[in-house]
Ligand binder design. Structure first.
Ligand code: KG4
Ligand code: ZN
Length: 362
């Protein structure tokens, strides 16, 4: 079974082909450089870029893998959550292709796809505890099967990646700055008293990162040497030396620790609530963070659980995760008709698929 995956939910245009659970090819075009000029994703530019590059990526994918569009058995597309204008480009492309080839259409929840993606590299077992930490979302789920996700906790304000990017912006790092904080953090021990952890003095499974970010903002306002005079490029960050570098590394390590330890506390709490999982799956862009990986790996091993931490290229947005999640849905009999709607961020993704195994709309 050959499944095409299409991803256009934010600032990455991506397509991939998965055959019988294995990746056979993928193409990705990132728009990071375009949006970096504005310090964040500009939705109108994002959709225009998707429209410009998506047909070319699809053509290149077919050329490189030797398949033709007629060989595709299922067309999976990220239908949300994301930027509406961007999602619409991918969803419209998928509908056109479905109409012309006759292959069934499958709308995929982008967040579920992040958490299922590691299944491309290792066998996943369920139920599992999922921690999704990306630029737009911070969610914990009880994943009962590839088609049954129960939301346990979510962020009440900023997503973890958003907090990384906002702190990076305060220091004048390039956008998106999460990875620069990670890099500098690795050179220093964290000061665990410097910044608070977020929303932990309660029994809630929800997250809040805005207080932590504000604490960093106050600290940085009092220490102007922690801020680059103008937006730094990676070379300027690499060239940083001496006490200034040490001070920046310490702030990055301390903030990174506050995020990672907050995630640990909430995941530990979620594990107590769900009890019977034997695996933690961490996914999304922030799953690329060294301290988050180490913390989650340690937590899992302390609890006698398996930790699934996808390789870095599977952490950030990609087409392979959409193709793979789509192939699992297709195997379970799910599909959508051409009425499939794109769902913007902040809205619940409906389970409005049809199941040809039970012959019902669910
Ligand atoms: O999952 P993703 O590619 O996009 C969304 O669906 O949001 O995640 C992007 C986010 C950005 O906020 C980026 O700064 C963050 O992931 N990120 C990191 C690291 N690499 C990417 N944050 C911390 N440490 C990293 N190494
Ligand atoms: Zn994502």
């Amino acid at each position: 079974m050959l499944t095409l995956g299409i991803e256009t939910s934010c600032d990455e245009s991506a397509v991939a082909l998965v055959k019988d659970g294995r990746l056979v090819g993928e193409k990705l075009a990132t728009q990071i450089d375009v949006h970096a000029l504005f310090g964040g994703v500009v939705p109108e530019i994002a959709s225009r870029e998707h429209l410009r590059v998506l047909p070319r990526l699809f053509k290149e994918l077919l050329n490189e893998t030797g398949y033709s569009s007629g060989d595709i058995d299922n067309i999976a597309v990220a239908r949300g959550p994301g930027l509406l204008g961007s999602l619409l480009v991918g969803v419209s492309f998928a509908k056109g292709l479905s109409l012309s080839t006759g292959a069934p259409l499958i709308g995929v929840n982008h967040l579920w796809a992040h958490l299922l993606a590691p299944g491309l590299a290792e066998e996943l077992t369920f139920p599992a505890l999922g921690l999704l930490v990306s630029g737009g979302h911070t969610h914990t789920y009880l994943i009962k099967s590839p088609t049954e996700f129960e939301l346990l906790g979510r962020t009440l304000d900023d997503a973890a990646g958003e907090a990384f990017d906002k702190v990076a912006k305060l220091m004048n790092f390039p956008y998106p700055g999460g990875r620069y904080i990670d890099e500098l953090a690795q050179e220093s021990e964290p000061d665990t008293k410097l910044f608070p952890r977020g929303y932990i003095e309660n029994t809630s499974l929800d997250f809040s990162f805005s207080g932590m970010k504000t604490a960093v903002a106050y600290y940085i306002a009092k220490h102007p040497e922690l801020v680059f005079d103008e937006m730094a490029d990676p070379a300027a960050i690499a060239a940083l030396t001496g006490e200034r570098r040490e001070a920046m590394c310490r702030v990055c390590a301390s903030f990174n620790w506050s995020v990672a330890d907050t995630l640990r506390i909430k995941v530990e709490r979620a594990l107590k609530q769900v009890r019977r999982v034997d695996r933690i799956i961490v996914a999304g862009g922030v799953a690329a963070n060294s301290m988050v990986r180490e913390t989650m790996g340690r937590l899992a091993s302390n609890k006698g659980l398996k930790a699934t931490l996808p390789k870095l290229s599977l952490c950030t947005d990609n087409g392979a995760m959409i193709a793979y999640a789509g192939s699992l849905l297709a195997e379970a009999g799910y599909s959508h008709d051409l009425g499939l709607e794109a769902i913007p961020r902040g809205h619940v993704i409906p389970l409005d698929w049809k199941n040809n195994k039970t012959n019902s709309a669910e």
